[in-house]
Design a binder for this molecule. Structure first.
Ligand code: 5AD
Ligand code: SF4
Length: 430
């Protein structure tokens, strides 16, 4: 979602005459769009600010000015504390106020203090943002923000705010703009996307509406909560052709005890049954998940339950993390922490298993002909990078003019980070 937000900030700033550049050095403004989900992500901000401060000083020496801004959830959560640690920051704003950037930028330099806007304003940013000016072949579209689930480890309900769905018409209009600008794939975004309820519509109904848009080849949505996978959404996976057979469905842990302590509102068996139903609807559905190891109180038996669940389900890909205590969240109160060495050990074991599953899944793709959406130039000349239906990166020899095409590709090999494909015969002749 930060990628999406950054693109929308660029849309707002375009009106003030700003254009994106590749390098921070020499820029008139640098915005760090930050993530607060784990401590490591938040720490990176301070390391990066140290580097940017030097660039800011370099620019000053040449008589110029670099506006340094911190946006996103670290700004939202740390506010004044961040300014105390980094007083050279000019501008600080959270995820819900970037539509006010023109006003904020105009105020920079008018007082000695930084300009701060970490409101949750009554006027919604989506009603104020300009039309999006550019689209990639695979584009993002935020349909829902914030979360009411309050998992006990998670900062999202505090930084992004409560669950809020965008109106249907606004989403359809934005999707049409993206398609007019060359997008072929749209990923619907939300912290809890399948809780979408704009204008009383379910996510399934929204998906069916968007699937009708001419030019849309692929539709995805992320991230979903298992408890919000309703019958309609499961059915959509069997019926909506453009909906990709790949679903990110975080389970976090396979232990019922830990699920309960996390306030996840479902059991490991609920998750198993849900996956069974999804696979009954769409047999080639591949799954991905997020996992947390070392949640306070997690025992060896709890961790074994996670490993058992991983073995049973089989994930095409996954993200896994050591539990990171976040300020203000219920789980961070310090009771029964798992030792750091134990966390690290469990993470290593889990990641090895998940990596083996990823590789195994990639190997089943070798020899198959898959549709690949060509998205951008690859590493070598004459090569493009695309994505399979399962979001795997695929390198293919093809002309640059084919960026934006969904082609049929024979998968020749599976490497550690991507697949190697070649245009299927009919495509190469085309
Ligand atoms: N510690 C570790 N991982 C976390 N996540 C969210 N909060 C924490 C935390 N405090 C992970 C969850 C979530 C993903 C986006 O980040 O697995 O699904
Ligand atoms: Fe955080 Fe997701 Fe839980 Fe919401 S559902 S509190 S975003 S982990």
């Amino acid at each position: 979602m930060n990628v999406y937000d950054s693109a929308r900030m660029a849309d707002v700033l375009a009106r003030l005459g700003y254009t994106p550049v590749d390098e921070a050095a020499g820029a008139d403004m640098v915005i760090l769009n930050t993530c607060h989900i784990r401590e490591k992500a938040a720490q990176k901000v301070y390391a990066e600010l140290g580097r940017l401060r030097r660039l800011q000083e370099d620019k000053k020496k040449t008589g110029g000015r670099m506006i340094l801004a911190v946006a996103g959830c670290v700004a939202q959560a740390e506010g004044e504390e961040l300014l105390r640690r980094a007083p050279f920051v000019d501008l600080l704003f959270g995820p819900q106020t970037y539509h006010r950037l023109p006003r904020m930028v105009a105020m920079v330099g008018q007082t000695a203090r930084a300009v701060v806007d970490t409101d949750f304003p009554a006027e919604r940013k989506f009603d104020r943002l300009p039309e999006t000016a550019a689209a990639a072949a695979a584009a993002f579209l935020t349909v829902q923000e914030g979360c009411d689930k309050f998992c006990t480890f998670c900062v999202v309900p505090y930084t992004r705010g409560v669950e809020e769905s965008r109106p249907v018409d606004q989403i359809v209009a934005e999707a049409e703009q993206l398609l007019a600008q060359g997008a072929r794939e749209i990923t619907l975004l939300g912290q809890n996307v399948n809780a979408y309820h704009g204008d009383g519509w379910s996510l399934a109904r929204l998906i069916r509406r968007l699937a009708k848009l001419p030019g849309l080849a692929r539709l995805r949505y992320t991230t979903s909560h298992p408890s919000d996978m309703d019958d309609g959404l499961i059915a959509a996976h069997g019926e909506v052709e453009v909906l990709m057979p790949y679903l990110h469905l975080p389970v976090q842990t396979g232990s019922d005890r830990v699920l309960k302590a996390m306030n996840r509102q479902h059991t490991a068996d609920d998750y198993r049954r849900l996956v069974e139903r999804l696979r009954a609807t769409r047999s080639d559905l591949a799954l991905s998940s997020d996992f947390i190891v070392g949640f306070p109180g997690e025992t060896a038996a709890d961790f074994a339950a996670t490993m058992a669940l991983v073995d049973e389900i089989g994930f095409a890909s996954a993200f896994s993390f050591k539990y990171s205590p976040r300020p203000g969240t219920p789980a961070a109160s310090g009771l029964d922490p798992v030792r750091e060495a134990e966390k690290a050990e469990r993470l290593t074991v889990l990641q090895a298993r998940l990596e083996a599953q990823r590789r195994e899944f990639a190997n089943t793709c070798v020899g198959r002909v898959l549709p690949v959406l060509l998205e951008k130039p690859g590493r070598h000349a004459g090569q493009l990078l695309g994505r399979s239906p399962y979001l795997q990166p695929v390198h293919i020899e093809a002309a640059t003019a084919r960026i934006g095409d969904e082609v049929s590709a024979r998968i020749a090999a599976a490497g550690p980070n991507s697949l190697a494909g070649e245009l299927a015969v009919a495509e190469a002749d085309a």
